[in-house]
Structure formats: C-alpha cells, structure tokens
Unconditional design. Structure first.
Length: 129
C-alpha cells in the first residue's frame, strides 16, 4: 500500500477550509453520500439580508411560498420575512439550477442570521406508465 505522508492531510485540510469558506460566503451547505444509494441535499441558512444586519438581529417569517413536499424551480421565491423596517423575499440560491423538492422548513416564526431556513433535495423524475 502506498502512503503519502502529509499529502492526504494537506488536501483534506484545504478541502475543508474551502468548504467552510464557501458555506460562510453563500450561507448554505451541501451533503452527498456516494455509497449504495445516493443522497444529495442542500440546507439553506438565513443569509445576511441587509448591510448592517448582525447575528442578534431577529427577522420574522411572514409567509412561506413553499411547504414540505413541494417542488421548487430555480429562481422561485421561498419565504417572505420581516427584517427591521422592511419586507424581504428570499428566493432560491443561484446555485440551484434544477428543480428540487422541499424536505424541511424552519420551525418557528423568529430567525437570526445563520439559522436553518430550508432543506432541499434534487427532484427525481419518475415516469409513470
């Protein structure tokens, strides 16, 4: 068995660092399992909605445009929230390029920056004959 001391750890560290950076920049994370079955999903967390927003700022969910089980198209609106002084509609992230099914939505009415917002998984097309 070949061993490459340090190389694997360096690549793993760089991959983890880039994933953490991407998560903080985009405020979403993806998970994938590539074993017997394939499970891919996207969790979206409440992003920074306005320039002066900080973690203690609370936003209130006014209206969900989707529910668990719904299929979301790229560019569709997910939720409308009330941030201090304004209504803001949160659409799907630009990285979502194919239809996804809503798995779970945030529970409760109050959220802070970085809190869980919604979980999506790719829509699998099944032909019924």
């Amino acid at each position: 068995m070949l061993e490459f001391p340090g190389t694997w750890i360096t690549h793993r560290f760089l991959l983890m660092a880039s994933c953490i950076k991407a998560q903080k920049e985009r405020e979403y994370s993806m998970s994938a399992t590539f074993f017997t079955g394939v499970q891919i999903w996207m969790e979206i967390y409440l992003p920074k909605l306005f320039e002066l927003m900080t973690e203690p700022d609370i936003v209130t969910i006014l209206n969900w445009y989707v529910a668990p089980g719904d299929v979301v198209q790229p560019g569709a609106n997910l939720v409308e929230v009330w941030a201090p002084g304004r209504r803001i509609t949160i659409p799907t992230p630009p990285e979502l390029t194919t239809p996804h099914r809503v798995v779970e939505i945030a529970k409760g009415e109050k959220l802070r920056m970085g809190d869980f917002l919604i979980k999506l998984e790719p829509e699998t097309s099944s032909s019924s004959i």
